[in-house]
Design a protein around this ligand. Structure first.
Ligand code: ADP
Ligand code: MG
Length: 288
């Protein structure tokens, strides 16, 4: 590539809200075979709300929410924000231990509270069969189920709903049309990921990927299909952004993700990914 064509390309991209940190990212993007997306905050808005709940063992909704919000109060996870927002009672003092990729354990008001996914409950020996209908229904709507156990017994199945970004579906279609393989990498459950992916027309789904394993998922995609561009926004996404041939960070994301990105999409919308690809391919074409 000539320095001039790269300069023109990065300049044009910048006008579209796509900031290329390095000129070679502009070139590598044009050579990508796969575009892999994080889900929460990247394809979805990342500001979920508590949308439904089922209670078990005689638990009272307001009590459950108060314990949950107290435990989640200091977490920055989008699920935590949704649960805290749904509570209207005072926050109680809590001792909290995060369980990466699964949820958290806390002691609140002398009670042991477990909040998270099925894995978290099973690992703690908590019986979750009663929650199966609620779990299935949440997942079929593309929502994230959050189970709550209090003092060793299942107390509630909450469902947290995030909205797809309005341009996500068109973005996926445009990328596929451009000949790219589109993949979804998420820590969320397989069932939830499947519902979201099917809404968006994505058929390569890598779900229940632990925070430490997202970079591995990128490596696997590269081994299978060739150079990978990864788009993400979270703290969890930083290693995958660094591992990818091109890491694209949502400008609306966490500082850690932004620092790890080769490309920053300033607006946080997904069609910037298509704009970036278009500019990249034009630039590459001009230099041949
Ligand atoms: P992602 O960012 O893709 O949602 P995470 O690794 O952050 O992936 O979370 C994976 C799963 O772990 C979530 O879908 C949720 O079920 C559970 N989880 C993580 N953090 C929390 C939390 N603070 N409260 C409740 N559940 C959580
Ligand atoms: Mg995210």
């Amino acid at each position: 590539a000539t320095p001039t064509s790269i300069m023109v390309g990065t300049g044009r991209a910048a006008q579209l809200g796509v900031l290329f940190r390095k000129g070679d990212a502009l070139q590598r993007l044009g050579e990508s075979k796969v575009i892999a997306f994080d889900k929460t905050g990247t394809l979805t808005r990342g500001t979920p709300v508590l949308s439904s709940h089922a209670l078990f063992g005689g638990a009272a909704y307001d009590d459950v929410l108060q314990l949950v919000a107290s435990a989640e109060d200091r977490s920055e996870h989008p699920i935590a924000r949704a649960l805290v927002a749904a509570n209207s009672r005072p926050i109680l003092k809590a001792e909290v231990e995060a369980v990466a990729g699964h949820g958290l354990k806390a002691t609140v008001d002398g009670r042991t509270v477990l909040i998270g996914n099925v894995r978290l409950m099973k690992d703690a020996g908590i019986e979750v069969d009663a929650a199966q209908p609620a779990l299935d229904e949440a997942a079929s709507r593309g929502e994230t189920p959050v189970l709550v156990a209090i003092d060793g017994a299942l107390a509630a199945a909450l469902s947290v709903a995030d909205q797809l970004k309005s341009d996500a579906k068109a973005t996926i279609a445009a990328l596929q049309q451009a000949g790219l393989r589109v993949a979804l990498i998420t820590g969320d459950s397989k069932a939830t990921a499947k519902a979201i992916a099917s809404d968006l027309g994505i058929d390569d789904i890598r779900a229940e990927v632990l925070p430490g394993d997202k970079a591995d998922a990128v490596r696997q995609l590269r081994d299978e299909f060739g150079p990978v561009t990864f788009v993400g926004d979270g703290i969890n996404d930083a290693p995958a952004l660094a591992e990818a041939d091109v890491g694209m960070a949502m400008g609306t994301g966490t500082d850690i993700a932004i620092e790890a990105g080769d490309v920053i999409l300033s607006s946080g919308d997904t069609k910037s990914v298509v704009n970036a690809l278009t500019v990249s391919r034009h630039t590459m074409r001009n230099i041949r």
